[in-house]
Design a binder for this molecule. Structure first.
Ligand code: PLP
Length: 479
């Protein structure tokens, strides 16, 4: 697009934007199981209003905007109490789970410089079920990631494998509460005990669930303790823009005490301009997300969250049980929260996904990785609750159709080829060609039916998929 010579009218601008949106995911229908966390409550509108009204205030300098200092302290205060953090527990408001995790790792790295000076090449041990954000953060920060297996039936961290993977260079170990992919809570007390014995840090990734899990417990959920009451837990990430239903750009990272959080804070006074001191990654930072998060937490309140959790728990149970009754499907692990992953031994899951897409549902593909078979992920929210029966009916039908559809020959061929080939020998051109053969076009276009692309990606080694995805995105954005 070229910058218009003359500014356009407000009406023209909003009309064009509405048209642009027409192809977007229709999350308002309640038929999307991912990406948007809709409380189905007027709290969402309050969040949007407050977001807009604080959008321009700048958290770069909280002394200039004391309202933002107060809002951050109050949001963190509510988050800390939610997970049994005592008066010593402190935290920082961030833009999302990834930023919270980057900061937790940065803090661990700096902490280790002071407390483990012999460690020259720091390592982090995470289970294969830990979120990709840990790999990304470690990559950004020069920390080595050591990945361990999960328990085959429960999809929880295998604590013995984690113990065996720890070395004198390990500075941090991680558990999820719950894991995103399978929605199970890891044995945090055992993981944290390992950290304590070794004298290292233990991060609990509560990005998706830490805010709402306490309500699942109050409603009778049985899963391991995961919060600051557990000895050895030193930090926790908790997204507010997921199941606390705040608008996007809202997460907190919490620490056991201020001495540990001190390692997170960065200052620079050696250039010619204003002195910089940032607790988090961003410097200029809109007040919108934190004011909006504050507003949503206050608008829903404890009772509002309990009601939402009840609806989610009921819907998740209905889905998991219903899926278990459909011939050929099986739920992976036992969901502790509001996420369900299921696989099929009789139909290709990527065909099932295409059939569900045709029936106006959004469900998420998860590839065959580290012993977790290719599967379908659902993140269940309150607005999905009225749709459980309709979803199960369409799913049953989709499985039947999928059984009749062929397995991709291209994917089968590639799988065989990659068994004998070093991924490093595959050129970028070959990768682009393979993606093209599967229907992924230039400029980020994907076919309506994606089973072929997904089967190929699922069959490829992760290192190759990573390259293919980077190539794809590099073509997708070119102004
Ligand atoms: C979503 C998620 C993250 C990453 O958070 P973003 O807000 O997408 O950056 C990390 N861990 C878990 C368990 C998550 O669900």
């Amino acid at each position: 697009m070229e910058l218009p010579k003359q500014g356009k009218s407000r009406a023209a601008i909003t009309a064009t934007l509405e048209e642009y949106r027409s192809g977007d995911l229709k999350w308002k229908t309640g038929r999307a199981f991912g990406y948007v966390y809709d409380p189905g409550h007027q709290a969402m509108d309050i969040g949007k209003e407050v977001y807009a009204s604080f959008l321009t205030e700048n958290a770069l300098d909280p002394t200039a905007f004391p309202s933002l200092q107060r809002l951050e302290n109050e949001v963190v205060g509510m988050a800390r109490r939610q997970v049994n953090g005592d008066e010593d527990v402190v935290g920082t408001f961030t833009s999302g789970g990834t930023e919270s995790i980057i900061l937790a790792l940065k803090t661990a790295r700096e902490w280790a410089k002071q407390h483990k000076p012999d460690v020259k090449a720091p390592e982090m041990v995470v289970c294969a079920t830990a979120h990709a954000a840990f790999h990304k953060a470690a990559y950004y920060l020069g920390i080595k990631t050591v990945m361990t297996p999960f328990e085959k039936d429960t999809y929880r961290v295998d604590v013995n494998a984690m113990r065996a993977a720890m070395t004198p260079n390990t500075i941090l170990i991680v558990g999820s509460a719950p894991s995103y992919a399978h929605g199970v809570v890891d044995p945090i007390p055992e993981i944290a005990a390992l950290a304590q014995q070794a004298g290292i840090l233990c991060h609990v990734d509560g990005c998706v669930g830490a805010w709402l899990l306490p309500y699942f417990r109050r409603l009778g959920g049985t899963f391991p303790e995961f919060d600051f009451k557990v000895p050895g837990v030193t930090s926790m990430s908790m997204d507010l823009h997921k199941y606390a239903f705040a608008p996007k750009g809202a997460s907190v990272v919490l620490y056991k005490n201020a001495a540990l959080r001190r390692h997170q804070i960065y200052a620079c006074s050696s250039w010619v301009g204003y002195s910089v001191v940032n607790a988090a990654v961003q410097s200029s930072k809109s007040g919108g997300p934190m004011a909006a998060a504050w507003a949503v937490l206050n608008a829903l309140g404890d009772e509002g969250y309990l009601d939402i959790a009840r609806a989610m728990k009921e819907a998740t149970r209905g889905l998991a049980e219903g899926i278990g009754r459909i011939p050929g499907l099986r739920v992976l692990g036992r969901p502790d929260f509001s996420m369900v992953a299921f696989a099929s031994d009789t139909a290709n899951v990527f065909h099932i996904i295409d059939e569900m897409t045709t029936r106006s549902w959004y469900v998420q593909p998860q590839f065959n990785r580290s012993g977790s078979p290719a599967n379908i992920h659902l993140s269940v929210g309150p607005t999905n609750a009225p749709w459980v029966e309709a979803f199960l009916k369409d799913l049953r039908e989709s499985v039947e159709v999928a059984k009749t559809l062929p397995v991709s020959e291209l994917a089968t061929g590639m799988e065989a080829m990659f068994k004998t080939m070093d991924p490093a020998d595959v050129s970028d051109e070959t990768i682009t060609q393979m993606m093209g053969m599967a229907g992924a076009g230039e400029g980020g276009a994907l076919p309506q039916r994606r089973a072929e692309v997904n089967q190929i990606l699922s069959a490829m080694p992760p290192a190759l998929v990573e390259r293919a995805l980077c190539e794809f995105v590099n073509k997708m954005f070119r102004g």
